[in-house]
Ligand binder design. Structure first.
Ligand code: THU
Length: 160
């Protein structure tokens, strides 16, 4: 008998005016951060903003490299910076925006696989889920109540 491992994931879509001002502010911060992306190769400008448990906010963007694999996604620039500088403060909310350099509309994205794994690492460190907010092309916001909603079968145990 084949055993089935099944997980249900859930993303909620909010209208802009259904968001708290804190969430709106975090999305705005990600938009601004995206403008400074170093993305001369893809011209895909990703911005990310992070709310920490001490109330501080941090932001970052994708940093590409002429040696393409050396490029780093916005989410990982931000989360690794946050943990390097605030090793004892949990990240609570991560906002993400992405658009082509010359485009008007924001792109429909979710974090890449490696970034999901990095978000998962932060959740494991602080034993607390991180809310993920993503701006949609329609100006709405997709919300995941933690990385399990994006990475249900995560790599989490070297001995498992
Ligand atoms: N990128 C991010 O910053 N975050 C993601 O989750 C996926 C992709 C960046 C990497 C590269 O600089 C550009 O977007 C195009 O892939």
């Amino acid at each position: 008998m084949v055993k089935r491992l099944e997980r249900t994931v859930l993303l909620s879509e909010y209208e802009w005016n259904e968001l708290t001002s804190e969430d709106q502010g975090l999305i705005q911060m990600a938009k601004t951060a995206g403008k400074n992306a170093h993305a001369p190769y893809s011209n895909f400008m990703v911005g990310a903003a992070l709310l920490l448990d001490n109330g501080e906010t941090l932001h970052a963007n994708n940093q590409e490299n002429v040696s393409f694999p050396g490029g780093v996604c916005a989410e990982r620039v931000l989360l690794t910076y946050a943990h390097a500088n605030y090793p004892n403060v949990a990240p609570l909310k991560l906002a993400i925006t992405a658009k082509r350099r010359e485009g008007e509309r924001y792109a429909s994205v979710t974090p890449c696989g490696i970034c999901r794994q990095t978000i998962s690492e932060m959740e494991m460190i602080f034993k607390q889920s991180i809310e993920i907010l993503i701006l949609t092309p329609e100006g709405k916001v997709l919300k995941a109540e933690g990385i399990d909603q994006l990475l249900p079968f995560k790599f989490s145990d070297l001995n498992g």
